[in-house]
Ligand binder design. Sequence first.
Ligand code: ZN
Length: 425
Amino acid sequence: MDMETLRLGSRGPDVKLLQSLLRRIGYNPGPVDGIFGSQTRQAVIAFQRDNGLVPDGVVGPATWGILEKFLRGYDNYTIRPGDTLFDIARRYYTTVNAILTANPGLNPLNLMIGDTIVVPYGIDVVFTDIDYTYDVLERDVAGLKARYPFIEVGTIGRSVLGRNLYYLRLGRGPNEVFYNGAHHALEWITTPLLMKFAENFARAYSTGSTLRGYNPREIWERSSIYIVPMVNPDGVEIVLRGPSPDNPFYNDLLRWNDTGRPFSEVWNANTRGVDLNRNYPASWEEAKAQEAALGVDGPGPTRYGGPSPLSEPETQAMVNFTRRRNFRLVIAYHSQGRVIYWLYKNIVPPQALEIAELFARASGYEVSYTPAEAAYAGYKDWFVEEFRRPGYTIEVGIGRNPLPISQFNTIYNNNEEIMLLAPLV
Ligand SMILES: [Zn+2]
């Protein structure tokens, strides 16, 4: 991945990523605040000294090159004479089991000199304390796949600007469920929520341990958990980095955001100003009819349903993916209010309310009826209407979007059990 050079005075999501990583691997860059100050510089210099780099305190291509291995969470290691897995594990602060998990078929008693193996570092892959940009997502998806090769990884399509819409699959059982996040760009905290769940679930599966009393190996055989962690990557990039001048919609975006407030505070739509969760073919016309009353007259930060249902590649990909599978239940994650929505119109799929109540008990969230301004054209609305099976919009966290990443641990703890229950109900 091409990373920009960072130095004293640099700011932004990539500085946060650098700071978070340096902390993770034992340096002290100061707070993870996205401001490259003197403490961050000192930590970079220490890292450069330890890794045989020129200790100039500037993070250029050579330093990023070494950092990249830690960012993705593993190294490719070539076996040398006399190596044992135990020694390699110790050198990388990891475990023999982690190495065996990442290298199926590797015989620890017969290491072949010259063979290259994946050696995971003894650190987590998924970042949960920084701006979760598309780059971070891509790297974390690759990092999880390398460490846990039994995770199926792929794409369901591409965004307007050609970014991958990644999916992960945990499990190989016939009971299929589906979780997705970040339809709304401001609600990107739902992406690390899903990614962290994937990491914890895969780790527990690989070690044979339980998660909150649930047995991932049992779930793995019985069910398949599909996850699309970021439905709207173009929108998330607009929120986290601001619109880029090389975005073909750059001038449109500046015009469409007539709120007088920065994109980082208001932009929920994709890069064409379409609110993806009002673009599904479920009472789309009714949603459209509300727009004038909501002050919407075309593309913009929120609530514009697009020129026609499924006008956007992101919603098309979601619908196609859903139709090719046989989901017993879906959860669309949003981030506004610690509430579980389950009803669409007057359609009550079998068990839908009972399951909502289970989720409420597991999370401490409230089961609620859908407010009128969010009643139509969303993903769960479409799913419930087309399949007559349980579909949920779960709103995590509390406060104004974007929720601060400092809420992450609370949100994760509220939702982990929901994600373990859903494949079993
Ligand atoms: Zn939302």
